[in-house]
Design a protein around this ligand. Structure first.
Ligand SMILES: [Zn+2]
Length: 262
């Protein structure tokens, strides 16, 4: 009886201490194609098609074969944002060299104050997350008083490194736009495989604007967080990936690429 009571108390403690993940085990995985370091090194050969990718999630980001624009995945639909900042729905047979998706089930729904910029939003949410050591999928939906986003031009082999390509990126500035930011917050130890910290892509509500987020100022938005405690990486099993030098530290290049500084 005493043991039972102890067990009950322990169960209660665990129930209080641990958030209940919405979604179930099959949906709590961040599914990733290849490595961000391989993309930084110039591997823009697609290793998975979008039909396969969307079997692993309905929300996320990435890019396409030849680095042909920014990928936004929303509601299971894959959009390619071109050099004019315009999204296009992509067919299942299109290829991706790098993408991250998950099935989005909200574990936290928050209302960050209007007026926050991107660094302000990061600080605000970081104070509210249960840990710095987990992966989170994030969706910020509503009105934005500013969105600064970019896209990248398609490349031809032999591919230059991503750091060279972003020198020719197209940057878009929009004011007072409705839409959503989707992406991931990754822990510091994701260095090498993904993007430590925040990585968000934008898609407007009318699906006419999008890109990799560089800066923002929030209007009235709802922020949803999906705790994603599992990680699956599907590595290419052919092509230049097999012979690449992935031993060097590319965090400086990643910082420039992510922030979009020329
Ligand atoms: Zn991006």
């Amino acid at each position: 009886m005493r043991a039972l009571r102890l067990l009950a108390a322990l169960t209660l403690c665990l129930a209080l201490a641990l958030p209940a993940y919405a979604g179930g085990p099959g949906r709590e995985t961040l599914f990733q194609v290849s490595l961000l370091d391989a993309l930084l090194a110039g591997d823009y050969y697609g290793s998975m098609n979008l039909g396969q990718l969307t079997k692993h999630g309905d929300t996320g980001l990435g890019t396409f074969q030849d680095l042909d624009g920014e990928m936004v995945v929303s509601g299971g639909v894959v959009y390619r944002v071109d050099m004019q900042g315009k999204p296009h729905v992509m067919p299942p047979k299109a290829l991706t060299p790098f993408a991250q998706v998950t099935y989005f089930d909200s574990d936290m729904i928050l209302s960050p104050p209007a007026g926050l910029d991107f660094p302000g939003l990061k600080k605000w949410l970081t104070e509210r997350l249960p840990s710095q050591n987990l992966f989170y999928a994030v969706r910020v939906k509503g009105s934005f008083s500013q969105i600064k986003a970019r896209s990248v031009p398609a490349q031809k082999p032999p591919y230059p490194p991503l750091l060279e390509v972003v020198k020719h990126q197209a940057v878009f500035n929009w004011q007072d736009v409705e839409g959503e930011l989707v992406g991931f917050i990754s822990p510091a130890y994701a260095k090498g495989t993904g993007a430590p910290g925040w990585h968000l892509h934008f898609l407007s509500a009318d699906k006419t604007k999008g890109g990799h987020l560089l800066a923002t100022r929030l209007g009235k938005v709802s922020l949803e967080v999906d705790l994603t405690p599992r990680l699956t990486i599907a590595l290419p099993i052919q092509g230049p990936f097999l012979k690449m030098d992935l031993g060097s530290d590319r965090s400086k290049a990643l910082h420039v690429v992510e922030q979009g500084k020329k």
